[in-house]
Write a protein that binds this ligand. Structure first.
Ligand SMILES: Nc1ncnc2c1ncn2[C@@H]1O[C@H](COP(=O)(O)OP(=O)(O)O)[C@@H](O)[C@H]1O
Ligand SMILES: [Mg+2]
Length: 263
């Protein structure tokens, strides 16, 4: 991998809305002279692009290709120095440990599984995506769901960080959010692992109310989305919606009930 490979990936990434498969001639037009066919075959071996070669070669960037661009840009912008291993893998995201100086950073890579998304589309959890579409004024244009989720989470964390216990947001690139790492090389335990410690419930509710006061409903709160690291932190915000938005009230009631039920 060199900066020319990154140039190719960047061109492909920039054209995602225009082409499903980008013709080689379009890539060549946008990039400096280099042996494109050879480079692309190498990128394919690394699973960073897919190729079809009917008449002309056509290329598509993979999810791994987009991950690579995000990590490259986080380094370029000084958000991280190096990337480590996977520390968390949920239904809709992969969380990776990274380092900046002596500090640990969590990188959350949002994933898009179309089967999973079909289910979401019919559920309350879709409110956040609807809200974000409106906010971007993109009612009739395609939205990259993984990126939208990263943007919603980053927006919520930025709005809340001063008044609510959340991981401090450190950066966003494409479908990836960089945030403060809660734990010491390994993530601190989740509430469901810690159990019902004294005072935890009140502190969680206070934090939840503080978020509401700032106009934000979490939308996916549960003992699996609270990390206990000295104090309870509310994590995992891509389903957040503003208080007045459609579905917000039901989501708020569901969040509160899940905490009540646990305790
Ligand atoms: N800021 C963080 N610091 C440390 N670990 C984290 C952090 N954010 C997430 N994790 C770990 O990654 C797991 C998945 O993250 P989460 O945000 O809940 O995404 P999802 O549930 O959508 O996969 C969490 O259960 C937690 O163990
Ligand atoms: Mg989660």
């Amino acid at each position: 991998m060199d900066s020319k490979d990154i140039t190719i990936l960047r061109i492909l990434d920039g054209l995602w809305e225009t082409y499903e498969w980008v013709p080689l001639s379009e890539i060549k037009e946008r990039g400096p002279p280099m042996p494109y066919e050879k480079k692309l075959r190498n990128l394919k071996k690394l699973d960073l692009v897919l190729l079809t070669t009917k008449d002309e070669m056509h290329v598509k960037i993979t999810e791994k290709g987009q991950d690579t661009l995000a990590v490259w840009d986080f380094k370029r912008h000084g958000v991280i120095d190096e990337i480590g291993h996977v520390v968390g893998e949920g239904k809709e995201a992969v969380v990776v440990l990274a380092k900046k100086g002596d500090d640990f950073v969590a990188l959350k890579f949002n994933r898009y599984y179309s089967a999973e998304f079909q289910k979401i589309k019919e559920s309350l959890s879709y409110s956040a995506i609807k809200w974000w579409k409106q906010r971007l004024g993109r009612k009739n244009r395609p939205l990259d769901i993984s990126r939208a989720k990263a943007q919603i989470e980053y927006y919520a964390l930025s709005k809340l960080e001063k008044k609510v216990n959340v991981p401090k947001p450190l950066g966003i690139n494409r479908h990836v959010v960089a945030m403060e790492f809660l734990g010491d090389q390994v993530p601190a335990p989740l509430l469901h692992q810690v159990g019902k410690g004294s005072g935890l419930k009140d502190e969680i509710i206070e934090n939840y109310e503080a978020a509401l006061k700032l106009g934000i409903v979490h939308g996916d709160l549960s003992p699996y989305n609270i990390i206990v690291y000295d104090k309870p932190y509310l994590i995992d915000w891509p389903q957040a919606v503003p208080k007045g938005f459609e579905g917000a009230k039901e989501l708020m009631e569901r969040d509160k009930k899940k905490i009540d039920d646990f305790f």
